[in-house]
Design a protein around this ligand. Structure first.
Ligand code: ACM
Length: 396
């Protein structure tokens, strides 16, 4: 649990990121980013002179624990705002509790889309901001014969469904779709590797999450597959999962995200330096950590305006609040509670470091229901939400 401060003197934020369990390493980056943002705000004098107090628990990557701790935070600890969740199964466990207490969940993780809750602000990528640019990149650089593999829960099912739609729309083929347990070990990947060897796809799309990610990439290399010709692409293989594999197993594979720790802008370099100054020179920084960071900053600006942590009031002003995040300027779209973000694609080099291979330099409007689910209809809009002159369909 976080520090205890005088109840009325502080803004009390609930925090639910796992420090144990299958997604502990990636969620730890989100927890740290949340702490970093709160400390920055407090050092600068707090929000309207009052410091942020984080009430944080370890939900152990377990949806049931997420749900009961959300109940604890909103019911007994009397917080109104919760910052947390990585796996979609945990968000789906928490949301009904947040809705019943009329609280607000700030969710900083890429996910499968096709969801709206008045009690949730989504600051990670929606599919039109990551699946779509990834598909465009893969189809033009590697081919359209795709093999799908994922962990056995809701995000992989739904993300694979979207990738299937995009593949078929582009005239490609989905060769197979295989699920492994959330805690998969090497034996769980044998069948998938055999099928990959037999069907010889152009590219693998992996929605494997957490600890099993490194198991899969290591097994892929040991099976002798060449990542330069037939890479694994993913939205959930970040710096945190790569840190658990050898550089040789990582090399050549592809990830799409709005932020990578190698991003070479002033704001990104400063964020990574601040993060490492606080948590150690080897601290891992990820896209979902960056979202965890900027969502606290957005909320602080909203509370600064409203003078209240009332979730309804915060939601009503969030759209007017922009923040120069490490990835670029971000803001929430009030029509769907998702966030305008900056898609990028990166490839892992021989040292296991991401190298950005496609940066269209566009802020993309969130379209969580993929209404514009066409590979050639990818454009940004202005602050007012209207198409502007700079809009462009992306052409590779
Ligand atoms: C996820 O489950 N949204 C990665």
């Amino acid at each position: 649990m976080g520090l205890i401060a005088e109840p009325r003197a502080s803004w009390r934020f609930g925090v639910l990121f796992s420090r144990s369990g299958v997604t502990a390493s990636i969620e730890t980056t989100q927890l740290r980013a949340t702490i970093l943002a709160a400390e920055f705000i407090n050092t600068a004098g707090g929000i309207q002179g009052r410091p942020i107090e984080l009430i944080d628990y370890d939900p152990a990557s377990d949806p049931k624990r997420f749900r009961s701790l959300a109940e604890q935070l909103l019911g007994e600890d009397r917080v109104r705002l919760i910052f947390g969740c990585y796996m979609s199964s945990t968000r789906k466990a928490v949301l009904p509790v947040v809705e019943s207490h009329r609280g607000m969940l700030f969710y900083p993780t890429l996910y499968e889309g096709f969801e709206y809750s008045a009690n949730c602000i989504y600051t990670g990528s929606a599919p039109n901001q990551n699946s779509l640019p990834l598909a465009r990149y893969l189809f033009s650089h590697y081919g359209k014969r795709v093999f799908l593999i994922g962990s056995n829960y809701v995000y992989p099912y739904e993300s694979n469904r979207i990738m299937t739609d995009l593949t078929l729309q582009a005239g490609g083929t989905v060769l197979d779709e295989i699920y492994v347990p959330l805690h998969a070990g090497p034996a769980d990947f044998v069948k998938a590797l055999r099928e990959i060897g037999r069907t010889k796809p152009d590219v693998i799309f992996s929605t494997v999450v957490g600890k099993s990610t490194s198991v899969f990439y290591e097994a892929y290399r040991e099976a002798g597959f060449d990542a330069e010709r037939m890479p694994i692409s993913s939205l959930t293989t970040s710096e945190a999962e790569v840190a658990e594999m050898t550089p040789a197993a990582a090399a050549g594979h592809i990830t799409a995200a709005p932020f990578f720790s190698v991003l070479n802008t002033q704001a990104a370099v400063k964020f990574v330096a601040d993060f490492r100054a606080r948590f150690g020179a080897d601290a891992i920084v990820t896209a979902v950590a960056e979202a965890a960071y900027f969502q606290v900053m957005l909320v602080a600006r909203a509370i600064e305006r409203t003078g209240s942590d009332d979730p309804e009031l915060i939601r009503s002003v969030l759209a007017e609040v922009e923040f120069a995040a490490p990835q670029g300027r971000v803001r929430v779209d009030p029509s769907n509670n998702h966030t305008y973000l900056w898609p990028r694609v990166a490839k892992l080099d021989a040292n296991g470091r991401f190298e950005i291979v496609w940066d269209p330099g566009m802020r993309v409007r969130p379209d969580p229901y993929c209404i514009e689910q066409r590979l050639d209809s990818w454009c940004e809009t202005t602050k007012s939400g209207n198409a502007n002159d700079a809009d462009a369909s992306l052409v590779l």
